[in-house]
Write a protein that binds this ligand. Structure first.
Ligand code: HEC
Length: 480
């Protein structure tokens, strides 16, 4: 069978002189169509070569095993080695593409019933039913936080802070005087977080896209945006935002026109406040400690910097820098069992991550990643590197993680301390059991109800879920 080699590669080489396609610069879907589909089928269901999406792996089911098969081939059984023809990055991208298709095939086999209010859903450990919290009147809600008197605060991306009264009704009037936000791409008014000592201090924190627009070049056109995530706090008096204080803002030179990756979330812990600034499409900027993008921050809740922060006093490093090498985290919470901080972050195409955050560490973006570029061009051929942290778990294909909450209520005893992960694109809510820093089980408990933007345990023990498209807030309550 070894003699087959020149024959197999022949079509590639015979075109060489004039019109050889440059495989090394091709997108992954084109590479697959040109070099693999002939044997494995256009849809990967197999032909001369085996199906790549049936979940059966002759040579091992790890990413690395699949990578090695593509790299080295198995000529005795008719699989071409692609070493030298494709780059390592391209082979890595092929592995991701195969994983995407495999998961898609598995997902299509599962039939999730359309969730509806009141219907009892049986999950592995608990039975729940959906209750409607806000059905109408919200526009692109982003986050929810709870006031001790039973009212709820909800942000809308377009810049409004809304209140759901203790009677459960959405107040038609938004809070006035909240900070001016630059609504741009994925940015706008984002997270809201009520201080744990609100009853004494009344503080409410907001995360939002701060910035300005240049004068438009042409009349009637929008000027170029300059924006980055900022954190502020204030109090609410009636319908008025008062006592406004800036907690964190980036240096103006880092404001950018990119419309993507603002992050963010705000989490409190014993006098400290943690928050996230996404890498704003800056890729390698996440690796640069002198650039505020792609970082997680820790400050005292008044905005001053603790002296034991890992980069405290380092010239050029933004106030509060805690960890770096992040892309676009949009979920963050603290494990009530041991106080550990966890985040979820969006990968590119593939490679969404759950990370355990410890001070001063580098989480690797974009040097290491389990994903590739959206258009299928490769990003990196490595997923691990010395000095860079591995995720606790990752999702390929991406689920578009958004919102993260440990369940710490008493309505669902069997879910105590489990981690709930929202997903935009996959429109789902997952329950993860985390033990000794490992995900020991994972279950989709809600699907096809809208893009999950935020998830929180309410003070009443219900699990609140903020949805986009349709724009609603629901909660999971124990089945009656
Ligand atoms: C000439 C036909 C042929 C072409 C072209 C080909 N393959 Fe294969 N491939 C095979 C055969 C046959 C096998 C089974 C080998 C075996 O049984 O060991 C295989 C096995 C594999 C496996 C391992 C499957 C398992 O169960 O472990 C992977 C992954 C794979 N191919 C990916 C690719 C990719 C990606 C390409 C394109 C870059 C490609 N193949 C191109 C014929 C082909």
């Amino acid at each position: 069978m070894k003699r087959l080699l020149p024959f197999l590669i022949a079509p590639v080489i015979s075109q060489a002189a004039d019109e050889v396609p440059d495989y090394k610069t091709m997108k992954v879907t084109e590479v697959y169509a040109n070099l693999c589909a002939g044997c494995h089928g256009k849809d990967m269901t197999g032909g001369q070569g085996p199906s790549l999406i049936d979940g059966e792996w002759k040579h091992g089911d790890t990413d690395n095993a699949i990578f090695q098969t593509i790299l080295k081939g198995n000529l005795d059984f008719g699989m071409t080695p692609w070493e030298g023809i494709l780059t390592d990055k391209q082979i890595r991208s092929l592995v991701i593409l195969i994983r995407e298709k495999e998961k898609e095939a598995i997902a299509n086999g599962i039939n999730f019933p359309e969730p509806e209010v009141g219907k009892v859903v049986e999950t592995e450990l608990e039975k729940y039913q959906i209750e409607m919290v806000v059905n109408e009147g919200l526009e692109i809600p982003w986050a929810i936080s709870f006031l001790p008197d039973g009212r709820k605060l909800i942000t809308e991306k377009e810049g409004r802070l809304r209140i759901v009264g203790s009677d459960g009704k959405l107040d038609p009037k938004a809070i006035e005087g909240t900070p001016e936000v630059l609504v741009h791409g994925q940015g706008g008014l984002m997270d809201v977080a009520v201080h744990p000592d609100y009853e004494e201090n009344g503080w409410i924190y907001l995360a939002y896209a701060d910035g300005w627009r240049d004068k438009p070049e042409k009349k009637g056109k929008e000027g170029k945006a300059n924006a980055i995530t900022a954190i502020a706090r204030g109090r609410i008096k009636g319908h008025q935002w008062v006592d406004h204080e800036e907690i964190w803002k980036a240096d103006k030179k880092f404001y950018t026109s990119a419309g993507v990756h603002f992050g963010t979330r705000i989490v409190f812990d014993n006098g400290y406040v943690y928050f996230i600034v996404g890498e704003r499409g800056g890729n390698m900027e996440a690796q640069d400690l002198k650039n505020p993008k792609g970082k997680i921050y820790r400050l005292f809740d008044d905005g001053s910097e603790p002296k034991d922060n890992p980069f405290y006093g380092k010239p050029g490093v933004a106030k509060g820098t805690w960890t770096y090498g992040h892309r676009n985290p949009q979920g963050m919470d603290i494990d009530p069992r041991d106080g550990s901080l966890y985040i979820t972050e969006h990968g590119p195409r593939g490679g969404d991550e759950l990370n355990w955050i410890r001070p001063g560490l580098n989480y690797g973006w974009p040097v290491i990643t389990y994903g590739m570029n959206y258009n299928g061009t490769p990003l990196s051929d490595i997923t691990e590197k010395e000095g860079m942290e591995q995720p606790v778990t990752h999702w390929t294909p991406s689920i578009a993680t958004c919102g993260l909450a440990f369940y710490k209520g008493d309505q669902f005893p069997a879910w105590q301390n489990d981690l709930f992960v929202g997903a935009l694109k996959q429109q789902e809510l997952r329950r993860l059991r985390l033990k000794d820093r490992e995900v020991t089980s994972q279950e989709v408990i809600l699907k096809n109800i809208g893009r999950v933007r935020d998830v929180k345990t309410g003070p009443d023990g219900f699990l609140y879920v903020v949805l986009n498209d349709p724009d609603k807030v629901i909660r999971l309550a124990p089945a009656k």
